[in-house]
Design a protein around this ligand. Structure first.
Ligand code: KG4
Ligand code: ZN
Length: 336
């Protein structure tokens, strides 16, 4: 089964083709990061317009990369939520039009569930399939969720962020440090090789599986403003910030994995591209950790296609498919 996956929930216009839920045939991503860097974040109206311009060329490029013709596809999958309403609508409209014109099934996908399925994609031809039950840590620009996955379509949310998402915290801290957007890769880059002596606060929230990052952001603000003595260097502050986020994420995920007795841990979402986080989780986790290659951690269409293969029936959508901007990780939308 060959599925085309379309993704426009935030600022990447993406299309991917995956065969039988695992084999990667194409993955094309047109990032708008440079455009949004000018404004220090994603401007929804600008993003929607960019998606509109890029979507068909991106789909065409994915087909070309795969070597397939549209006739060879078995279904068209698309992210229907969560995300920005206006940007989601561009992808959903394009997917509907293509599915209708090509006479293929239309499959709606939950973006957060799709991030988890990036771990099923076997880009090397030798990767093991993750064994259930699994713990999933989804860390992206808009979400931070800890979930228990007992099977396909059997996801229960254990914890979530109570304020900022992990990626959002990276983006805001980077902005305070005068670094570009998106902030995660910038912070990782300037923090590399720096061992921070500064220690920033961690919000543990007792035994809860929830997270909180807004206090950390405020702590960075105080440090940058010199309210705690002469401001340390940018690499020093960036490293201290990254240490604090990584420590909380890895410690809490490892603790939940032990408690739930899982057989594997799935790391996913844009922040999963972070090297120190990958290493810290691998060291502390009681079960094997699965992490997609960085290009499949950030938003992409291949993960949407992979997810659709395992959630084909649940995702079957009609021509009245609408977007669900606030869909939670453990919710299946009413796809019509
Ligand atoms: O999953 P994603 O591409 O989009 C959303 O669904 O939000 O995640 C984007 C987020 C941004 O906040 C970005 O700063 C963060 O992922 N990110 C990183 C790294 N690469 C991307 N954060 C930390 N380290 C990285 N290397
Ligand atoms: Zn995402």
């Amino acid at each position: 089964m060959r599925i085309l996956g379309i993704e426009t929930s935030c600022d990447e216009t993406a299309a991917g083709i995956v065969e039988d839920g695992r084999r990667l045939r194409a993955n094309v991503v047109a990032s708008q990061a440079a455009m949004h860097d000018r404004y220090g974040g994603v401007v929804p109206e600008v993003a929607s317009r960019q998606h509109l311009e890029a979507i068909l060329p991106v789909v065409q490029a994915a087909l070309q990369e795969s070597g397939y013709a549209w006739r060879d596809l078995d279904a068209i999958a698309v992210t229907a939520g969560p995300g920005l309403a206006g940007t989601l609508l561009v992808g959903v409209s394009a997917a509907k039009a293509l599915a209708y014109a090509w006479d293929k099934p239309l499959i709606a996908v939950n973006h957060l569930e799709a991030h988890l399925y990036a771990n099923w994609i076997d880009d090397t031809g030798s990767k093991e399939e993750p064994p259930f039950p699994l713990l999933g840590l989804i860390v992206s620009g808009g979400h931070t969720d800890l979930v228990l996955m007992e099977g396909h379509g059997r996801i229960r949310r254990l914890g979530r962020t109570r304020d900022d998402a992990a990626g959002e915290a990276f983006d805001k801290a980077a902005r305070l440090l005068g670094l570009g957007f998106p902030g995660g890769p910038q912070i990782e880059r300037v923090a590399a090789d720096t061992k921070a002596s500064l220690r920033l606060p961690r919000a543990w929230l007792g035994q809860s599986d929830d997270f909180s990052f807004s206090g950390l952001k405020t702590a960075v603000l105080h440090v940058v403003r010199g309210e705690r003595g002469p401001p340390p260097s940018v690499p020093e502050t960036a490293a201290a910030f990254q240490d604090a986020v990584v420590d909380v994420l890895a410690t809490k995920a490892a603790r939940a994995a032990r408690r739930e007795g899982v057989r594997g841990v799935l790391l996913s979402g844009g922040v999963a591209a972070n090297g120190p986080l990958r290493r810290a989780l691998a060291e502390r986790s009681p079960a094997p950790v699965f992490v997609p290659p960085p290009i499949l951690c950030t938003d992409n269409g291949a993960m949407v296609a992979a997810c659709a293969a395992y959630r084909f029936e649940a995702g079957r959508a009609g021509w009245d498919l609408d977007v669900t901007p606030s869909l939670a990780v453990d919710e299946t939308g009413v796809w019509g």
